[in-house]
Design a protein around this ligand. Structure first.
Ligand SMILES: Cc1cc2nc3c(=O)[nH]c(=O)nc-3n(C[C@H](O)[C@H](O)[C@H](O)COP(=O)(O)O)c2cc1C
Length: 129
């Protein structure tokens, strides 16, 4: 499992780094055959999926096992709405919506999700939870 992040002001990137797996900026991602990806992205412009995330998913959605989305509750109904849209359009599980770069408990939820995915696959990767 690797992390790919789409981050404009750095919050989603900070969250991605807390997960202790290899992480790649969405603009620099180059696919390799075996990649299984956790996408960490953000919500933009009244609940929209950011353009780099859309382009990425249009090419690589089949490799993406889950999505985490940053947002801000001040946006009310549009809070983290990119995550709902990604789940709906691309059929990718929404793991969590988080504010800014995430609280410790948000990070724990996602680390546990990663651990479960790896257990299901029987991979040898070590995740530091
Ligand atoms: C122009 C703009 C529009 C935004 N629209 C939303 C929104 O609709 N819903 C939401 O939850 N957050 C919204 N946000 C908040 C960002 O998703 C939030 O600040 C996020 O942490 C940014 O991630 P980044 O630092 O990785 O770019 C918006 C922020 C900006 C600057």
């Amino acid at each position: 499992m690797i992390i790919v992040f789409d981050s404009l002001t750095g919050q989603a990137k900070k969250f991605a780094k807390k997960l202790n797996l290899s992480s790649y900026d969405i603009s620099q991602y180059r696919p390799t055959a075996e990649d299984e990806i956790l996408l960490v992205t953000r919500t933009f412009n009244f609940g929209e999926i950011p353009e780099p995330t859309k382009n990425f998913l249009d090419s690589h959605a089949n490799r993406v096992k889950g999505v985490c989305v940053s947002g801000n509750r001040n946006w009310g109904q549009n809070y983290g709405a990119a995550g709902d849209k990604i789940a709906q359009i691309y059929d990718i599980p929404l793991i969590i919506k988080f504010e800014a770069s995430g609280f410790d408990r948000d990070v724990s939820v996602v680390k546990n999700w990663i651990k479960n995915q790896i257990n299901i696959k029987g991979e040898q990767n070590y995740v530091n939870v």
